[in-house]
Design a protein around this ligand. Sequence first.
Ligand code: ATP
Ligand code: MG
Length: 395
Amino acid sequence: MYHAFLIKYGEIGVKGKNRHIFEDTLVSQIRNALEPVEGTFTVRKENGRIYVETGTDYDYDELVEALQCVFGIVGICPVVLVADEGFDQLAQAVCDYVGKAYKEHHFTFKVVTRRARKNYPMESMEVSAALGERLLETYPGLRVDVHQPQVVIHIEIRNQINIYSHTIPGPGGMPVGSAGRGMLLLSGGIDSPVAGYMIAKRGVRIDAIYFHAPPYTSERAKQKVVDLAKAVSRYAGPVRLHIVNFTDIQLYIYDKCPHDQLTIIMRRYMMKLAEHFAAEDEDLGLITGESIGQVASQTMQSLAVTNEVCTMPVYRPLIGFDKQEIVNIAQKIKTYETSILPYEDCCTIFVAKHPVTRPNLKSIRKSETHLAEKIDMLMQEAIRTAETLRVAQDS
Ligand code: ATP
Ligand code: MG
């Protein structure tokens, strides 16, 4: 029934030159998102609007689902296009549209007409009034309410005429690519994929880094992270994923430092390595799934000590979220089921029974002096042996 979709996007605060960048980025993100969807689609910018035109052969639900993953889209309006063959034909088409688009024909409505083509023989107000009349004649259950109608039927007179009245909510946010890049520390847990999603929502392109500890962590644990990166890429576009072997560094810390400080020292080296790859990828910050107080390594004291090694900003979009709130988003973005698969994580394998919850920076630094002999070499080795994948929806 629908031949096109009108894409509504947020414009507040996006003005002047930025508006063009925003729109062009959005158009290209829509094109990318539709690539894996069966059918032929044309994405067009016209008079400050974006349209997705479809062929006849496509799956409506699949298309809408793909569009609902494109940040920057606020609403998706399925549009019926009719040729301009005079008012009677138009009135008939609008009545047919209402007949098909609504099961029940008991609601209040108004018609809003816009003429993009000023040579149309009737004024906009006249068109609206005349169409309203026809609808009332055809569907006795309808009533006009110009102030708070339940349904607004939009008529746009262009070369063809657009009819639409439904708005399906989009994900909001800013189109990916309209801000900079960020480096997501992606583990196999619930939180970090959600953190990546949230930062991508602000228009940031996502690179990711995963630390594994073979043979203590398995190939399946690694595949789980690749799958999570893929789920994030549904929203964020292709993700560059660095997989870093952290085993020797972890064993070395385990060997040389007090065990109750292991996690925190490990986290500091993760951040340092993440910064190395972030600089290479031209990222403007690190992204983690931390939230205050969630575990020992996320008390404010621990976060401060972890943060101390970073020279880049660290974005922690979940910092004030409760676990359940994070889980709700994970379920919505379909990462939850993968995240709860029970594969071992490098943070849990050597973990102390009673990790420090209020680490003292001086004491942590002192412990780290025990690593002086080999740590630089081990970090270089981890960098040298890292594997980089491009993870995308269709890969
Ligand atoms: P998550 O659910 O994201 O794993 P978590 O609650 O398990 O988080 P931690 O294990 O303390 O918390 O990790 C805190 C953050 O550190 C994670 O959100 C992630 O950004 C990063 N991180 C932890 N482990 C790894 C890892 N193996 N590789 C990459 N990043 C990691
Ligand atoms: Mg974790």
